[in-house]
Ligand binder design. Structure first.
Ligand SMILES: *[C@@H]1O[C@H](CO)[C@@H](O)[C@H](O)[C@H]1NC(C)=O
Ligand SMILES: *[C@@H]1O[C@H](CO)[C@@H](O)[C@H](O)[C@H]1NC(C)=O
Ligand SMILES: *[C@@H]1O[C@H](CO)[C@@H](O)[C@H](O)[C@H]1NC(C)=O
Ligand SMILES: *[C@@H]1O[C@H](CO)[C@@H](O)[C@H](O)[C@H]1NC(C)=O
Ligand SMILES: *[C@@H]1O[C@H](CO)[C@@H](O)[C@H](O)[C@H]1NC(C)=O
Ligand SMILES: *[C@@H]1O[C@H](CO)[C@@H](O)[C@H](O)[C@H]1NC(C)=O
Length: 497
């Protein structure tokens, strides 16, 4: 009889054998645990989430073409769903290519397309792309735009200083777009975005509402996910320690570390901020905590950074700690788009065969621009000069929209959900400040999953928090993000199903 053994590192000899827990063993609990795990895998393979679900199979056949464009110019943009490199199924018809955008944080919408809400899912850790049964294309015609100038495949030199200028350029693009794809003129229109799009999307919507007649589309609402929309101190510093404490299995600090963080939190006025000020309804405008330098717009006193010391400390313990989804542990998941980390030979959209398939130029494509997409008045690289959306134009957008949805993943630490709650409580829209009644726990449900987070609606603003989700909500909990979008589009009465 022979057996395989592997010997290496021969300083001492260690014999490694792996027993199978549960089989014939003394502990029936193990057997039960294994059976539950097998059932769980089947749920992904079969009816519900898997490739064998009836729903899934019917979408896998060539999806019907639901629109045809009569302008011959549209034809040059056509991408048959069977000709996309490495995609072995029919992803359905699409149109892709460069169109003028008159005219710039600079991350590509193609991340959304390939890893979040498009018909093809090639997400972190997936060796090959699969059809996305939760594609938002099941609900609406989707346009993914690489903007502002300086992002992804966009061409030209950034020349904007703020998001009103960004909006003007995007609206210019949409005008050109509608000349080619004129069958889309007059349609109901919604905007959606993630992360820094918490600036972009509300500003674009505000620009469209304030300049009626500029484009032939009927804007009805917006959705922003894990958005930047207020001061850093609000979105990161105040909620940082509470977040780590609530996830202490993933932030296993020593007592000495906890004491240091607690000291910062107490000294800088973060500890009791929520209890004191974030009430429903709020008692008045929310002040800055003691950690902010008097007379500044959120500048922190030295020693009052808490978010980055926590991130730094946890990153020592968990080398693949992912601020975009704190539940990630070793090993690091590869991503074909190279984000958050590039661990493989190719970046999908940087391949010339992929670029050819989607009528893109042969350039070095990066998921996030390495230089700023904003300039200063003198044309040097600059920062966005816009005031954060919830401190400026957001109320107007809610008041003019049919529905406005803000969602946030509860496992996101780059922007913390509790910070979004603070920002909402400090905003005045439709005649009152903040939500008047508390966001009740366990109020967001998803068919087939049960309770999946919290939701709350008042005066045209809906806020939803998702369990298990990091920053990229449609990537991590596509069923939940799909419900929120379906609600935005008026296809269901509440985000919950
Ligand atoms: C679009 O054109 C295709 C091919 O000519 C046709 O099969 C399809 O029914 C058309 N779709 C619509 C919505 O008109
Ligand atoms: C940016 O450049 C474009 C094209 O040259 C021009 O039309 C536009 O007015 C400029 N925008 C700003 C904000 O300077
Ligand atoms: C708390 O922080 C302050 C300011 O950094 C420091 O002076 C003080 O010694 C710290 N207290 C404790 C108990 O660590
Ligand atoms: C609350 O809103 C007011 C008015 O916009 C603003 O001046 C203040 O800085 C905000 N406070 C916080 C903590 O964001
Ligand atoms: C993108 O492709 C070009 C060549 O086509 C290569 O020089 C460059 O290193 C690639 N970039 C990345 C991030 O892989
Ligand atoms: C909601 O849940 C959080 C923790 O998940 C808890 O701290 C809070 O007290 C709960 N709120 C209510 C009103 O029960």
């Amino acid at each position: 009889m022979r057996s395989l053994s592997i010997i290496s590192g021969a300083l001492t000899t260690l014999l490694a054998v792996r027993g199978v827990l549960g089989i014939g063993g003394a502990n029936p609990g193990f057997e039960e645990a294994q059976q539950i795990q097998r059932d769980q895998f089947n749920r992904m393979r079969d009816k519900f989430l898997g490739p064998n679900s009836d729903d899934f199979l019917s979408k896998r056949q060539s999806p019907p073409q639901t629109i045809n464009f009569s302008n011959p110019a549209a034809q040059q943009f056509f991408v048959p769903g069977t000709s996309i490199p490495d995609v072995t199924f029919d992803a359905g018809p699409s149109w892709s290519g460069l169109l003028p955008i008159s005219g710039g944080p600079g991350c590509s919408s193609l991340e959304g397309f390939l890893q979040e809400n498009g018909p093809i899912s090639w997400s972190w850790g997936q060796s090959a792309p699969t059809p996305n049964q939760f594609s938002w294309t099941n609900l609406a015609h989707m346009i993914w735009v690489e903007q502002p100038v300086g992002t992804g495949f966009s061409q030209g030199t950034p020349n904007i200083t703020n998001d009103d200028e960004l909006a003007a350029q995007l609206v210019g693009f949409l005008g050109q777009f509608l000349e080619v794809f004129s069958e889309l003129k007059g349609k109901d229109f919604y905007l959606s975005g993630e992360s820094y799009a918490g600036f972009y999307v509300p500003y674009i919507a505000n620009f469209i509402y304030e300049n009626p007649g500029l484009i032939d589309l009927n804007l009805k609402g917006i959705d922003i996910a894990d958005p930047s929309l207020s001061y850093d101190v609000v979105q990161d510093e105040i909620p940082a320690l509470r977040f780590a404490q609530a996830h202490s299995d993933l932030f296993p600090f020593t007592e000495a570390q906890w004491a240091d963080f607690q000291n910062i939190s107490d000294t800088c006025g973060y500890t009791d901020y929520l209890e004191k000020f974030v009430t429903y309804p709020p008692a008045g405008q929310l002040p800055f905590p003691a950690g902010v330098v008097e007379g500044t717009f959120g500048t922190l006193k030295s020693g009052c950074r808490l978010h980055s010391p926590i991130q730094q400390a946890v990153g020592v313990l968990n080398p693949v700690f992912d601020v975009y989804r704190v539940s990630d542990t070793w090993p690091s998941l590869w991503s074909v788009l190279g984000f958050p980390e590039s661990t493989q030979q190719f970046i999908y959209f940087n391949r010339t065969d992929v670029q050819d398939a989607i009528h893109a130029p042969h350039i070095n494509w990066e998921i996030c621009a390495s230089r700023s997409v904003y300039v200063t008045k003198t044309g040097a690289q600059g920062n966005d000069q816009s005031v954060a959306s919830m401190l400026s134009i957001f109320p107007n957008v809610i008041e003019k929209s049919e529905r406005v949805v803000v969602v946030h993943g509860l496992a996101d630490f780059i922007l913390v959900a509790e910070g979004t709650r603070i920002a909402i409580q400090n905003m005045t829209w439709n005649g009152a400040q903040g939500f008047q009644t508390p966001i009740e726990n366990e109020t967001f449900t998803v068919d087939g999953f049960g309770v999946f987070g919290n939701e709350h609606t008042e005066r045209g603003l809906t806020y939803v928090e998702f369990y298990y989700s990091g920053h990229m909500t449609p990537q991590f909990v596509p069923w939940a993000a799909y419900n929120a979008i379906s609600f935005l589009l008026g296809l269901q009465e509440t985000p919950s199903t």
